[in-house]
Design a protein around this ligand. Structure first.
Ligand code: RRO
Length: 314
């Protein structure tokens, strides 16, 4: 029997669990259209701020053998640009798969203002609140400040009734998994997305005795193969701690069908591809889907539900 990759998320069945990770291949309508026409089942827009931002000086993204390092600094076309895109698409394709819309304000008030505008708009897809941008100089990540995390979600859910998920940074300690989960469990979130890049790594070119990106003296968020074990740990930690109504989106180090299988085994429902999408372009989705199906067929699985979350321990 052929394997099916069909994935139900928020009462909608997608053809497969794959989409881009926010920030990669989603900065303008051309890239978003390419994603929409690819084998990914849906897409997420670049995290937006109220106003257009140029971001940090270049070079600000660098591919390295085991992944990537970036300090983009939230370059984006502004909130209205992306909201218009997703609403226009809804009108053009009323039966299309629901899209994901990401916001990353520079303050609590800016986030609340953007989410109020989403609430009041015709957008009927999924909204992601990015609480984990590691690259804006002088702005620590919200999700590493647990008081602030609770406070912002409290304020958001006073008015926000559309489906909302949050993008989390990696955590590295069981005490932090426990605390973060106890806060997240207090709110009607529909998902958490684990993980954003591992913040503030440093990659060095030994020939040039130099860093490889310009902002922040070379410090930047790591993605790709480097981060898969950390991503899997976070997917698993939250899958085993969150209310079952809060789904997990697995992001981090998905380069092959095998990587995707591992994220699903840890409990992820949807899967996002960042660094490898940047390297290969949108055809990456054809390859990873084929590889995931091959693995499932070899193992005799016909659906993802047969193994999702069923990681064995020793
Ligand atoms: O734009 C960025 O520098 C950026 C963001 Br908002 C994010 O959430 N994660 C990342 O690695 N880079």
């Amino acid at each position: 029997m052929p394997a099916s990759l069909a994935t139900t998320f928020l009462n909608h069945t997608y053809e497969n669990p794959f989409m881009n990770a926010s920030g990669v291949h989603c900065k303008d309508t051309k890239e978003l259209n390419e994603l929409d026409n690819s084998k990914s089942s849906t897409f997420i827009t670049k995290s937006s701020t109220s106003l257009k931002r140029e971001g940090n000086p270049e070079p600000r993204y660098f591919s390295v053998p085991l992944g990537s390092i970036n300090s983009m600094g939230l370059p984006n076309e502004g909130f209205n640009y992306y909201l218009k895109y997703v609403i226009d698409r809804q009108q053009r394709m009323p039966k299309g798969n629901p899209a994901f819309f990401s916001v990353a304000g520079m303050s609590v008030d800016e986030n609340l203002k953007m989410l109020k505008a989403v609430q009041d708009s015709d957008f009927n897809g999924v909204t992601e609140l990015n609480l984990s941008c590691p690259n804006v100089p002088g702005k620590p990540q919200v999700a590493y400040d647990f008081d602030l995390l609770g406070e912002i979600l409290q304020k958001v859910f006073e008015f926000f009734t559309k489906p909302l998920g949050v993008k989390l940074p990696p955590y590295f300690d069981f005490a932090h998994f426990d605390t973060a989960a106890s806060i997240l469990n207090r709110f009607p979130l529909v998902y958490v997305n684990c993980i954003n890049s591992i913040g503030n790594g440093l990659y060095i070119d030994i020939e040039k005795e130099s860093v490889v990106i310009k902002p922040k003296n070379g410090f930047g968020g790591l993605g790709g193969e480097y981060i898969k074990p950390t991503a899997l740990a976070n997917v698993r930690a939250f899958y085993t701690r969150l209310n079952p109504s809060i789904k997990i989106i697995g992001t981090g180090g998905i380069r092959t069908g095998g990587d995707a299988f591992e994220h699903l085994l840890c409990g992820a429902t949807m899967l996002q591809v960042g660094t490898e999408l940047y390297k290969e372009g949108v055809s990456v989705f054809d390859r990873i889907e084929r590889e995931l199906k091959e693995i499932m067929e070899k193992k005799g699985y016909t659906s993802i539900e047969q193994f999702r979350g069923k990681l064995r321990t020793l």
